[in-house]
Design a protein around this ligand. Structure first.
Ligand code: EPU
Length: 421
């Protein structure tokens, strides 16, 4: 039977919560392992469904992932290789596309269906930037009925300008270019901290990458990469989500430990505008109950702008703020559709178009029976349920557990009344 979260709202939330390793950094390390015959030790690995899928993918391609004690694992090369990405895994998470470049660079071919993941963009989320990039690096791209076959005797360095800023696209081409002949220059790159972290690791195992974290990245191809240790950075989206939860509950002091507050500047400047009382320390954030919470709008933007992955949680917070504001989601077409569920809970939200909603607050929220549409909308519903009056039931929790480790226990640690059934 499908499992659910049952949440009894309105409890006081206070105490400490620690941040796990970043999902969107963790997922990118497994494909890199295809490019070296030496072991990679991964530390601070979050135990979430998407990471399990990435490990299964690597195993299907012939590598061994050995779980070590705590939150570490070691990826070991084995001689077996396969160039087909299994459809059942590709369908489950979009970052599976990251495996394509390393396969192409090391085996000369790769075959895969169109990748899955959260249904948050129009139709299926496009992969044109990846395909165009591989083609520029000399690959033949054959496409038939949503299935792709890429071949390349030897990839070569290229000048590539991303028409759209893409995080995984930047990471994928940057990684692939490490084993191409010559120099690759990537322009209009994503500047997310996960991109810089990946580049830093690749450099530590022998790559030559300059400029990651800026909009232009220069990669000089090398003959081979070695082994090393990757310590996953704290998940900035988890940290931001819990900070927003604390601000939305507003009834106790919450300390968010093991995070990097400097990765969330766009959130803190909004907190200043709303009137949230918070303190930033080097590796932690303290959110205190605030006297007032004023409505203040956001427009999502690539890093360092306001992260689309925090929009849904922020939208819930705005249902508790005084006044009206506009939430403008610029990255994905379907990421505001979940606001209909907040309206069912009692929020006053008017959708102007798929990219814009106006929220009038504050409004009381009431427990309802809901189904999580995707990962970030799912955690927003959890926040809404925690501050609502009465009981909320949330179905399709796979879509929440994909990205938040052991969320029930961790929220209980703050005093939440949440159970998984
Ligand atoms: N896009 C294209 N063509 C492409 C690639 C992207 O048009 O070939 C478009 C997308 O449709 C979207 C925009 O470019 O409109 C940005 O997409 P991007 O490629 O940056 O997204 P992503 O790399 O697939 C990562 C995170 C997302 C996060 C976005 C934006 C991973 C595995 N995923 O996605 O995380 O929302 O960057 O920051 O790193 C999540 O964690 O819930 C999540 C969806």
């Amino acid at each position: 039977m499908e499992q659910k979260f049952i949440i009894e709202g309105g409890r006081q939330l206070a105490g400490e919560i620690g941040i796990k390793g970043a999902k969107n950094a963790a997922l990118k390390i497994f494909p890199v392992a295809l490019m070296t015959e030496e072991p990679i030790l991964v530390k601070n690995l979050p135990e979430i469904e998407d990471v399990a899928r990435a490990q299964e993918m690597l195993a299907a391609l012939g590598h061994n992932v050995k779980k070590l004690s705590g939150d570490a694992c070691e990826i070991q090369y084995q001689s077996k290789r396969c160039v087909n990405l299994p459809a059942e895994l590709v369908n489950k998470f979009r970052a599976s596309i990251m495996f394509v470049g390393p396969l192409l660079a090391t085996c000369g071919e790769a075959e895969f269906p169109h990748p899955g993941g959260c249904v948050i963009g129009a139709g299926t989320r496009p992969i044109d930037e990846f395909l165009d990039g591989f083609a520029k690096m000399g690959a033949e791209v054959a496409e038939k009925e949503n299935h792709y076959r890429l071949t390349a005797k030897k990839l070569k360095g290229a000048d590539i300008f991303f028409k759209k800023i893409t995080v995984t696209g930047t990471e994928c081409l940057m990684t692939t270019a490490c084993l191409a002949d010559g120099t690759t220059i990537l322009k209009n790159c994503a500047m997310e901290p996960e991109v810089s972290a990946l580049a830093e690791f690749l450099n530590s195992i022998g790559a030559k990458i300059d400029g990651a974290g800026t909009s232009t990245i220069r990669i000089t191809g090398v003959k081979k990469l070695g082994g090393g240790e990757y310590n996953i950075i704290p998940d900035r989206i988890e940290a931001g989500t819990f900070a927003i939860l604390a601000a939305a509950a507003n009834n106790g002091e919450i300390v968010i430990q093991n995070c990097r507050p400097e990765h969330l500047e766009a959130l803190w400047v909004n907190f200043d505008k709303i009137g949230i009382d918070y303190n930033l320390e080097k590796n932690s954030v303290v959110i205190k109950p605030s006297k007032k919470r004023l409505a203040y709008g956001i427009k999502t933007h690539e890093y360092p702008g306001f992260a689309t992955d925090l929009q849904s949680a922020y939208t819930v917070l705005m249902t508790q703020a005084q006044g009206s504001c506009l939430i403008h989601e610029t990255i994905y077409d379907r990421r505001l559709l979940f606001t209909d569920l907040l309206t069912q809970m009692g929020a006053n939200i008017i959708m102007s178009d798929p990219h814009r909603v106006v929220i009038n607050g504050p409004t009381k929220l009431y427990g309802r029976k809901l189904v999580s549409p995707d990962l970030r909308a799912g955690i927003a519903l959890v926040i809404a349920a925690l501050i609502a009056e009465g009981k909320t039931e949330i179905g399709n929790i796979y879509q929440i557990e994909r990205g938040y480790e052991n969320i029930v226990e961790r929220l209980r640690g703050l005093g939440a009344e949440i159970t998984k059934m």
